[in-house]
Design a protein around this ligand. Structure first.
Ligand SMILES: Nc1nc2c(ncn2[C@@H]2O[C@H](COP(=O)(O)OP(=O)(O)OP(=O)(O)O)[C@@H](O)[C@H]2O)c(=O)[nH]1
Ligand SMILES: [Mg+2]
Length: 399
């Protein structure tokens, strides 16, 4: 899909690190997670000011049969702004938290993130890398229900898992349902939980040599978790302007008004100031962590089999399957040769021991014979001496 857009700001991207992304534009993969009905689909349509995805109505949502697992829907779009092309993949996950047992509801999401890293790792070891298809998740927007109270255990668990493998950006959905005071309070509570639970969230880097950029980054950090309002409709605001927003009997809430929500800040982070950092940190931090963990676990498996570190790269592509690895190692000619050598060595050792035992037994036998011989001689001598004593006694007249 190629969509003509009102400028969203992606032309600013080349200002970040032009050369890295200029050739084929950039690829940005954004994942949406969080409970059903929180406005994930609406948000993405709002962000790109176009209906990238048609979303189900509330009545459809309630009638929908309960899915056993979280779905993964990938929406691809190519956004063009002036000469800059953004290849966008939105990974929507409808159905999150819909089930009766939601304990492992985050598993599908986490598996998807891991699978993308795994497939990049696989492609890295392939000779033909030209058509490398990259769906590594650069940012996960995690939608939090605007309860005003606290985070659910499900959210805490899911955010912990996601934050350890991707850039996690928590957002408070439907910000228009809380008053500004309630929102401030709720944000503080969530920040406290994030800190207490040691949940790793994305933090825009602060550039010391760029005053304006570092100010902006600080502002972004302070605003987290971003409170957002999504809307696909235009409304007329108090000053008579046509703006994206939602109509209420008491007035209008505006998507792009900083007094109403943090939508603009989040958009800036995703598409302007931090797009490249999201992409690079996915590569340099999350992917490298995954790679290191994967490599060391593969090494461990191989080491335990033959004690050497070689040829790890040749083993990584199917490394989840321990049996396959064992099979490949067992069929490896180097291993077969090694095994033969060990067997030969054992056979020789056994033979030598056997010889030694036989020798020892025959030595014992000889010794026994010698001792028996000695004993016989001594007994003979004793007898002779006894006879001498007897004949001497008779000579002297002893009785
Ligand atoms: N008040 C309010 N309603 C919103 C907002 N964003 C979305 N909605 C409404 O919430 C409902 C659900 O929105 P969706 O975008 O379909 O929700 P979703 O998270 O994609 O839901 P699933 O696809 O089922 O996971 C719709 O009726 C939206 O109009 C918002 O910021 N404020
Ligand atoms: Mg949806």
């Amino acid at each position: 899909m190629s969509v003509a857009l009102e400028p969203v700001g992606i032309t600013n991207l080349p200002n970040q690190r032009y050369k890295i992304v200029s050739n084929e534009g950039a690829t940005l993969n954004i994942m949406l997670a969080g409970e059903s009905g929180l406005g994930k689909t609406t948000f993405i349509n709002t962000l790109f000011q176009t209906q990238l995805k048609a979303h189900i109505t509330d009545s459809q949502r309630f009638q929908k049969p309960t899915a056993k697992t979280v779905q993964i829907d990938i929406i691809r779009a190519e956004l063009e702004e002036k000469t800059f092309v953004l290849n966008l993949n939105i990974i929507d996950t409808p159905g999150f938290g819909d089930n009766i047992n939601n304990r492992n509801t985050w598993q599908t999401i986490v598996d998807f993130i891991d699978e993308q890293h795994q497939s990049s790792l696989k492609q890295e070891t392939q000779p033909n890398r030209a058509n490398k298809h990259d769906l590594r998740v650069h940012a996960v927007l995690y939608f939090i229900r605007p309860t005003g109270h606290t985070l659910k255990p499900l959210d805490i668990e899911a955010m912990k898992k996601i934050g350890s493998r991707a850039n996690l950006i928590p957002v408070i959905a439907k910000a228009d349902t809380l008053t500004p005071a309630e929102m401030l309070e709720f944000k503080k509570k969530i920040r406290d939980i994030i800190e207490y639970q040691d949940i790793r969230i994305y933090s825009p880097p602060i550039e010391i040599d760029d005053q304006a950029a570092s100010e902006h980054a600080k502002q972004l950090i302070e605003s987290m978790p971003f409170a957002i309002i999504g809307s696909e409709d235009n409304v007329i605001n108090a000053s008579g302007e046509k703006v994206l927003g939602r109509n209420y009997p008491w007035g209008v809430v505006e998507v792009e008004n900083d007094l109403h929500c943090d939508f603009r800040k989040l958009r800036s982070l995703l598409l302007r100031t931090n797009m490249l950092d999201l992409i690079l940190s996915t590569q340099e931090l999350h992917y490298e962590t995954f790679r290191t963990l994967k490599m060391s676990s593969t090494k461990e498996k191989k080491k335990s089999v033959d004690g050497s570190d070689d040829d790890v790269a040749a083993l990584v592509d199917d490394d989840d399957d321990a049996d396959k690895i064992d099979e490949r190692i067992v069929n490896n000619p180097k291993y077969i040769e090694e095994e033969k050598k060990i067997k030969r060595y054992f056979a020789e050792q056994l033979k030598a021991e056997d010889e030694r035992f036989k020798q020892w037994r025959s030595n014992i036998q000889t010794e026994k014979n010698r001792l028996n011989q000695d004993l016989g001689n001594l007994q003979k001598e004793l007898k002779q001496l006894e006879e001498q004593v007897k004949s001497l006694k008779e000579k002297k007249g002893y009785k």
